[in-house]
Write a protein that binds this ligand. Sequence first.
Ligand SMILES: C[S@@+](CC[C@H](N)C(=O)[O-])C[C@H]1O[C@@H](n2cnc3c(N)ncnc32)[C@H](O)[C@@H]1O
Length: 467
Amino acid sequence: MINPIVKGAELSLEIESLAFGGKGVARKDNFVVFVNNTLPGQKVRALVYKKHRGYAEARPLKILRDSPHVVDSLCKHFPVCGGCSTQNLDYKEQVNQKKKQVEDLYIRQAGIDDFTVNKVIAADKQYNYRNKMEFSFSNRRWILEGEKEVPESDFALGLHIPRRYDKILDINECHIQEKICNNILNLVRAEALNNNLKPYDNKTNNGYLRHLVLRYGYNTGELMVNLVTSYENTKLLEPIKKALLNQFPDINSIVNNINTRRADVAYGESEIILHGAPAIREKLGDITFEISANSFFQTNTYQAEKLFLTVQEYVELTGKEIVFDLFCGAGSIALFLARYAKEIYGFDVIKSAIENATRNAVINGIGNTIFHKVNLDTYFKKGRNLDNYPTPDVLILDPPRSGIHKNMVKALPKFGSRRIVYVSCNPTTQARDIIQLIHWGWKLQSMTLVDMFPHTPHIETVALLTK
Ligand SMILES: C[S@@+](CC[C@H](N)C(=O)[O-])C[C@H]1O[C@@H](n2cnc3c(N)ncnc32)[C@H](O)[C@@H]1O
């Protein structure tokens, strides 16, 4: 039989589920087709634009039947922005799809037939939840369909169009950040335009304004505005600062990070404080964290509390345990749990994160945490350096998206810990690492999914393994 799935083919497809990354999954003659911007339950006519060995990618041409789970999207920038790509799917179904994805992954990839996600913690607050947003300035504004190319197309402040590093969609309302941050975003844009400040051009390396990073402490009400520029000239930022303090006199911190490198990152090699403190405070439970412009901090404060309570439940501390918090960032998990353990050792590769963690221990009067700057890819390789520490009863792992480096995974059996709690923002790499741990004798006891990122395809899971 001739396979009808070729590039350029038009197919009628039933969308069965959502895949990682949020694309709809359909099957045609047992061949998987991923369809952009579709929802489970929809029937669509779609055009195949890429064929791979075992699957194809398609874009929808027409919705033939809508999904029973479709809801109105709140955001006027949807779907062009691409940020909250599942916001037109009923929230309950979003979470249900994430659960299914994790279960499917563990059953297929890890070969655990009876695997289920034991608990799902959905978000009570599905909008206005992000405590940090990074917007970019650009001289290449994304021109919307039907919009004529207008002179103002050489200035934008907003978010990257998916898969386009060079084009920025002008955003004036983002519903996942706190409302006041939208007012600040629009005021900064207006002042930059009024004062003829040039956005940075990432092709020619010219221009001044690069990023606007807003941080808001949901449990403290504290606000930070970070203007990232390509060179130092704080005089140019004076009108923005003046307008901000005029309209929002309670802003706690305005800083200028200077990034002279070409890399499109919203942190600088140096920082100038333009107003107030160098950091804002946020609380998780009754622990206060000082967060500076470049510190890592969980972006959803309310769900971070629930995530850490899940970790607390899984570690089962009695006050006598030695705990290792591997990939500790600014120490949030270690400090959250410190009162329940004998000692907690935190490890992270970022110097400023370790400095933040140490400082946060001091401001909370916590004396049983010790933080070390080390590269975990190599530090414990083949079990070395373990003699410098007492034997950990419990390991907490919270690696970046890429998961745990193979050297580090191989070293884990040498720690002698019977209990491991593995927090992950990427179930694919988490499953890969857990397969290894199962191979070495740990048992996967329980899995909780905490929805940290409503309306987006991102998934956060916490696994408990015991020996
Ligand atoms: C997902 S964050 C975890 C943050 C922390 N647990 C929290 O909740 O705030 C991952 C952390 O891994 C750290 N990291 C990445 N690669 C590392 C490495 N090779 N060695 C040590 N730490 C690393 C990053 O600096 C980051 O702080």
